[in-house]
Each structure stands twice: as C-alpha cells, then as structure tokens.
Design a protein around this ligand. Sequence first.
Ligand SMILES: Cc1cc2nc3c(=O)[nH]c(=O)nc-3n(C[C@H](O)[C@H](O)[C@H](O)COP(=O)(O)O)c2cc1C
Length: 309
Amino acid sequence: MEKELHFAPMQGYADHLYRRFHAEIYGGADWYYTPFIRIEKGAPRHQDMARLDTAQLDGTPTVPQIIFKSVDEFDHLTRALRDRGWKRIDLNLGCPYPMQTRRGRGAAVISNLPLMEQIGERISADPDCRYSIKMRVGMAKPDEWRALMPTLNSLPLDHITLHPRIASQLYGGELYEEEAREFIAESKNPVIWNGDLLSPEDINRVFEAYPQLKGAMVGRGFLARPSLGAEWRSAQGWDHDKRMDYLYRFHTRLLAAYESTLCGQAQILQKIKPFWEYLEPEIGHRAAKALHKAGSLARYQSAVTDLFK
Ligand SMILES: Cc1cc2nc3c(=O)[nH]c(=O)nc-3n(C[C@H](O)[C@H](O)[C@H](O)COP(=O)(O)O)c2cc1C
C-alpha cells in the first residue's frame, strides 16, 4: 500500500493560507493539520472556526486538531466540528507545554486512562467520523503509552501519529526508538511516524526500518524544504534553482494574501516573517538576517528583492 505523507500541525507557521498555497504550489502532502483548536471562555474560538470554514471552501485536504482536558471539552469541540461537516478529527495527546499540560491537556492525557476510556466510547459511537490521535510515548516517562495501549487498541482509529519523545524534551534530543518499535508492533491501529524527518532519504529510511507504518508526518522538515513531499513522491531531488523558483512563487502568494487580509505593516510583518525561520540553510545567513531585521514593509520587500535577484 502506498505510504501517506502528512503535514504536521505547526502553530504560528503553517496557518490556513500557508497550507492552502503549499498544497496548490507544491503538493506532496496527503493531509494538512490545523494547529490545535481549544475551548476558550466556554466555546471554540470563533477565529479558529472561521479559518476552518475557509479551508473547507479552498478544498485544502485539512484535518482539524483539537486539544481537551475533559469529556465536556471534547464534546463541545467535536460537536462544533461535526456540525460544520468535518469528517476527520485529530486529538492532541502530545502538546508538551506546561500551559496545556498543567491543566490536564495535551501530553497529560496519555496517562489519564479514565478520560480516554470515556473519549473512546464517544469515538466508537460516531462511526461517520474518522478520528486520529497524535501522541508522544509519554508525558514524564517513555513507557506511559503501554498502559494506554489496550484502550487505543479497542478503538477504530484512522491512525495514531507517534512522536517518540517525552514532554520535557519538547522537540529535541534522542528519540525513544525502542519504545517506538514496540509501539508500532503492538498497535492494532495504523501508525504514522513523526519526528526529525528532514529529507526524502529520511522518509525512506523510516519506512524501511518500520515497514508496517501507514505513513509519516513532517513538520519542521516541510518548513525548511517545502518541496520535500513533492521530491519524495517523484523520487527526484530538486536543485537549488528550482527550489528557489518555487519558494519565490509560494512567498509571493502568501505575502499578497496577508496584505489583502491584514491591517497594518506590523501585523503583516509579524505573520510573514516566520515563513523564513526554518529556511536559513536554504537562503543563507545574510538574507535570513536582513528579512528578520526588516522593520517596515519597504525594507522587507527590498530584502526579498535582494534574495531573489
Ligand atoms: C513551532 C511549532 C508549533 C507546533 N504546533 C503544534 C500543534 O499545534 N499541534 C501539535 O500536535 N503539534 C504541534 N507541534 C509539533 C509538530 O506537529 C511535530 O510533532 C514536531 O515538530 C515534530 O515533528 P518534526 O520533527 O517533523 O518537526 C508544533 C511544533 C513546533 C516546532
């Protein structure tokens, strides 16, 4: 079966416009995930819901991701999504930040077995929606997933995306490869690998190491090399000129979209600058610094012109 490639949720980097233009210009990803959607002041944030409506209209293959600490929050969020016609929902059991985990959300849910049993009943009662879970091997210890596995195995999940780190590692440090290997072997649900895939070779290597995988999910690798999926799929690397040509098109469309939807230079710069953060190896230190330092749109535009001339 052909492996799937998923574009990871990347809060602050891959918003609905980024995802849309990425899909249109590069392709190569089967699914794009939203950053987590949460309950704020008793309801899903209006802005998150409005952006989802836009993604639906654009036709970007999008999976909304939710973060929750209770069945009430889960119900509220899933009802809002199901009412809007969403048929796939991803559950965040991986967020490592104390802002969320202290309140019992994200990676803290991995060890909340009673909550996951109740959530499991909800999932089993909603067969028209394909649920997936994105998780770490544990919050504090790398073997926490083991206690949750019987519950996970009783659920009809579309897949589980596994990031083989614990919360305190955030997104760096050693991967728990052995735990991952056992997780993949014990899971009755399809597993998608997530973590540290930066090149087509990395993606192929993980599929060779774990042939049972349904696919791979890539975050920072896509930000650093938006052509990664297209290159991997065609089994053909792109040279620097081709990558820069596509980058120019991608950036031009994204900037134009921000300029037409946002008010004021500060807001536009704040939204567009992260585009470059992972691209320094591609564009070089000098260009990256000039883009980062630009204090006005005019200076920013001039740094962009210098980069692509
Ligand atoms: C800046 C940033 C924002 C992220 N936002 C989310 C998020 O909203 N939801 C989520 O499940 N993971 C989020 N992640 C985690 C990524 O989806 C992914 O699991 C992580 O970066 C590891 O994959 P990678 O090595 O391919 O980047 C974020 C990671 C980073 C670095």
